[in-house]
Write a protein that binds this ligand. Structure first.
Ligand SMILES: C[S@@+](CC[C@H](N)C(=O)[O-])C[C@H]1O[C@@H](n2cnc3c(N)ncnc32)[C@H](O)[C@@H]1O
Length: 222
């Protein structure tokens, strides 16, 4: 049975164990004002990622910040995918980066370009679709989105985390998100029957995550 933990730890103090796969979108360090008193303009930003050195990590972030702030700590990513979306402003993108692991894109199948073409229909029957490409177009979570958790901002779409977990997690992995916000990583891991350990420095996030997970059956510990 999969198991879940929801914790309230500062990412600087996190310890990671063998068999844990870190899947996260951290504060972006661009001056964003979160609920409570937290503004993400963090002086010792690199310290948030120090405990992740040498671990298997998949991180969603702006590419500029990855280059400036994360590469000096974790080194060069092994793989980079673009996640594009339309926001209120024009089309934008973020990067999904892998360290010490890489995705198997063939584990997620998406429709071919000309689904009505007879040959493509035949191919789809055989393969289930084409492998996930290197550009993922996934809309942002809006206030009116069905998946929206009210009372928190910056919720990542479940499909982004789904793609990461399906392509990257190995059987027996424990999925860890040290900046878990509303607990999207935990929620998708739960759906996929994977064990998880998620954490956020903001107690509101922890509470919302517990409520979100309680909507389906799971064993939660401390
Ligand atoms: C981009 S949000 C994560 C959103 C999340 N993926 C979701 O779907 O709701 C970043 C989170 O990092 C948390 N955070 C900021 N500094 C932290 C720290 N030092 N340790 C742990 N969490 C922190 C914030 O409270 C915020 O919830």
């Amino acid at each position: 049975m999969n198991q879940g933990k929801v914790e309230n730890t500062d990412a600087r103090l996190q310890e990671y164990a063998e068999g844990e796969l870190i899947v996260t979108d951290p504060p972006y360090n661009i001056g964003y004002k979160y609920e409570g008193d937290f503004t993400d303009r963090i002086k010792d930003y690199g310290a948030l990622f120090e405990p992740m050195r040498g671990q298997r990590v998949v991180m969603v972030h702006y590419m500029e910040q990855i280059i400036h702030d994360i590469v000096p700590v974790l080194g060069s990513p092994e793989k980079i995918v673009a996640w594009t979306s339309y926001s209120n402003t024009p089309r934008s993108w973020r990067s999904v980066c892998w360290w010490n692991c890489s995705p198997d894109m063939s584990r997620v199948r998406v429709p071919y370009r000309n689904p009505e073409d007879a040959r493509i229909k035949e191919l789809t029957k055989r393969t289930g679709g084409r492998a996930l490409p290197d550009v993922w177009h996934i809309e942002q979570v809006k206030n009116v989105s069905a998946e929206k958790v009210q009372g928190y901002t910056n919720q990542i779409p479940r499909e982004v985390i789904y793609n990461i977990l399906k392509t990257t997690a190995s059987p027996g992995d424990v999925i860890v998100d040290p900046f878990s916000g509303t607990g999207t990583t935990a929620k998708v891991a739960q759906e996929l029957g994977m064990s998880f350990r998620v954490s956020d420095v903001n107690p509101t996030a922890q509470e919302l995550t517990r409520q979100r997970l309680a909507q389906s059956v799971i064993t939660l510990t401390a």
